[in-house]
Every structure is written in structure tokens, then in C-alpha cells.
Design a protein around this ligand. Structure first.
Ligand code: KG4
Ligand code: ZN
Length: 352
């Protein structure tokens, strides 16, 4: 059983958490502090990297201090320090990574410089103890991927987005509809009272070969409707509902293709896991439940607060890495791009 401090600063949440546990989980979250910067970015309608980096630098000390005091532990009682080292906005990543290195150096505890996507990918084990291998649908603001997770550092990417990530599409749709920032929860809320069948929007890539996603066409279709529609409350609700229905249908189509594909069947996969900020979407959760039932696999959806960026997932992934004998030196770099599947690392244009 290990106890690890996690630190997360790769986007617009400054977060720190202490988690105790052992593979395969579930783990025990002893503290979980998340300071969101929504207000700082709201006037710009999106995350501004320079503002994010500055806010992380201002918040990091107090967030880490609170995570330790909420857990009632000092540095000497930890088994290691895990920190997101990428992919993400590199100015923010550097703030967290520098803090992690400093704490590791001062305490003599091992440092784990983590891939943020691995932290999302392993969240289901933190909350559920799901066994490897599983099929992962990773849906966030920067990523939209289907992966087979076989173990720590062992990910096989089946498909990715060829343009926008699905969370990015939610954010852009929200902006077009005047729903503000962050867009995903705003679209979900607006869609609640809306008619998902009112506007015909494309289901990008549906029925095509392979497991890749595309969302830029869907976003453009929303823009075209916005240009010719009077945006009454009803029209906004119906457009939000129609967009959400199309985005969810696209995610379900690709996930279904993967569940039926030879890679998943050869791996003997019995669980479907969803991770990343968009996993907080209830319409997606409901649709995935139906898909999992139809295919006889177990579905694991982490609770909302552990789907969006947090440091408990970072601490947990740190526990799994330390258990596997993996740690990093103080020279570990901050990385803007860092694909989970090592085979993708050298491919030009491959999205992280
Ligand atoms: O994982 P995350 O917190 O940060 C990244 O690593 O990107 O994901 C943030 C993304 C944003 O695009 C946000 O709009 C989306 O997740 N999101 C949602 C919901 N909550 C957050 N999208 C749809 N429905 C939601 N309820
Ligand atoms: Zn994330």
C-alpha cells in the first residue's frame, strides 16, 4: 500500500491530492483540492495559456499545502510525488513539474513525471479497481481517442480524432450559441429542455472503416444553423440538444466499431471505461450504458469530479507506476505533446 501526493497543472485547473492504495484499486482519496480558473478565462471564451501559467504559479503553493493538511500528512509520510509532465499548456505544466521536483528533492521521495492521459486512463482503477485489459474511450478538451489499456505504460491506440477533440467541439458549439465558458456543462444544461431531433446535424465518420473521429464538420454545421436562425431560448436549447445528440452518436458509433473489431476481441476485453472531461456528460453515459449492455461488457464511468481534470487521478497513476518500479529523474522535461501509445510518438502530425 502506497501513499502519493499528486499535482496537476496542465490546463486550467490547479490541483493537488493525496491518495493511498494498491493495484488494482480502488484507492482511498485522502484529499482532493481543485482550484479552477474559469473566472480568469471567461472574458476570453477559452483558456489563455499565459493567464493559466500565471494563475498556476499564484495558486500552486496553497493548493499543495491544503492537500497535505486535508490529508493530515506531512511530506515525510508520503511514498512519492507524482506530477503531470504533459501533454498540455507547457507554461502551466512547468509550474506543477517544478513544484513536484522541488518537493521530491527536499523530501528525498521518488518523483513520477506523469503523462496526463495515463492519469485519465487509470482513473477507473482508482474508483473501481477494474482489471486490465480494458477498452478506453478518452474524451477531453484536447483528446478524443479509443485505446486498449493493458497496464501501466501499455496502451494501444485504435483511433483518434483527425481534427477537433470532442470537448473542443462542445466548447466551440457553446461559444456559437452564446452559452459561455466552459462549454461542455453549459451545452449539457441547455440541451436538457431541447428537442434533439429539431436540427439535422451530421454524425461524422459514422459507419466508416477504422476507429477515427472527426468533429470539425459538426461544428461547422452548428455555425451554419446559427447564421440563419434567430437564437431564441427555444432555438438555443434545440440546437444544443441536436449538437449533443450528434456528438454522442458519433462517439457511440466509433466505440461500437472498436468493440466489434478484431483488436478488442483478440485482447479478450470485458470492460469499457470512459475518461476525460466529456465523460461527465450524462447523455453520453446513458448511451454508453446501452452500448455496454448490448455487447456484454461492464461499463465504468468515474464520478463527474474525477472525469474532469484533478490530481487524485495523478496520485493514483503515480501509485501504479511506483508499484511497477518506475520513477523519473529531476531532469524530466515538461512536454506539450506526448502520445500515450509510444508507436505514435514519431509520426508527423499525430495528435498527442
Ligand atoms: O479532461 P478535461 O477536464 O481537460 C482536458 O484535459 O482537456 O476536459 C475538459 C473538457 C472541456 O472541453 C469541457 O467542455 C468538457 O471536457 N466537458 C464536458 C462536460 N464537462 C466537461 N463536455 C460535455 N458535457 C459535460 N458535462
Ligand atoms: Zn484532462
Amino acid at each position: 500500500m502506497l501513499t502519493v501526493l499528486g499535482i496537476e497543472t496542465s490546463c486550467d485547473e490547479t490541483a493537488a491530492s493525496v491518495v493511498a492504495g494498491a493495484s488494482p484499486g480502488p484507492g482511498r482519496i485522502l484529499s482532493n483540492v481543485v482550484a479552477s480558473q474559469f473566472d480568469a478565462h471567461r472574458p476570453y471564451g477559452g483558456v489563455v495559456p499565459e493567464i493559466a501559467a500565471r494563475a498556476h504559479a499564484e495558486l500552486i503553493d496553497s493548493v499543495v499545502e491544503r492537500a497535505l493538511s486535508d490529508a493530515g500528512l506531512g511530506l515525510s509520510q508520503l511514498d512519492g510525488i507524482a506530477v503531470t509532465a504533459g501533454p498540455g499548456l507547457v507554461g502551466g505544466v512547468a509550474v506543477g513539474l517544478t513544484m513536484g521536483k522541488a518537493l521530491a528533492l527536499a523530501s528525498g521521495k521518488p518523483l513520477v513525471a506523469l503523462n496526463h492521459l495515463e492519469a485519465h486512463a487509470l482513473t477507473a482503477r482508482l474508483v473501481d479497481g477494474v482489471g486490465y485489459p480494458y477498452l478506453l474511450l478518452l474524451v477531453s478538451g484536447g483528446h478524443c481517442q479509443l485505446l486498449i489499456c493493458r497496464g501501466v505504460g501499455q496502451f494501444q491506440r485504435l483511433g483518434t480524432t483527425i481534427d477537433d477533440a470532442v470537448g473542443e467541439a462542445f466548447d466551440k458549439a457553446a461559444k456559437l450559441l452564446g452559452l459561455g465558458f466552459p462549454g461542455g456543462p453549459a451545452v449539457e444544461k441547455a440541451a436538457c429542455g431541447g428537442d434533439p431531433a429539431r436540427y439535422r446535424l451530421p454524425r461524422p465518420m459514422a459507419g466508416t472503416e477504422g476507429y477515427d473521429f472527426s468533429f470539425s464538420g459538426l461544428k461547422s454545421a452548428v455555425r451554419r444553423h446559427v447564421e440563419v436562425t434567430e437564437l431564441t431560448d427555444e432555438a438555443i436549447a434545440d440546437l444544443a440538444a441536436s449538437f449533443q445528440a450528434a456528438a454522442v452518436a458519433a462517439l457511440i458509433d466509433r466505440t461500437k466499431a472498436a468493440l466489434c473489431g478484431p483488436e478488442v476481441r483478440a485482447a479478450g476485453i470485458k470492460s469499457l471505461v470512459v475518461a476525460g472531461g466529456v465523460a461527465a456528460n450524462a447523455a453520453l453515459g446513458g448511451a454508453l450504458r446501452g452500448l455496454a449492455e448490448a455487447h456484454g461488457v461492464r461499463l465504468v464511468v468515474p464520478p463527474r469530479g474525477l472525469c474532469t481534470d484533478n490530481a487524485a487521478m495523478v496520485a493514483w497513476a503515480g501509485i501504479e507506476r511506483l508499484e511497477a518500479g518506475l520513477s523519473d529523474g529531476l531532469a524530466a522535461p515538461a512536454r506539450a505533446r506526448w502520445p500515450l501509445d509510444a508507436r505514435m510518438a514519431g509520426i508527423a502530425g499525430a495528435k498527442a
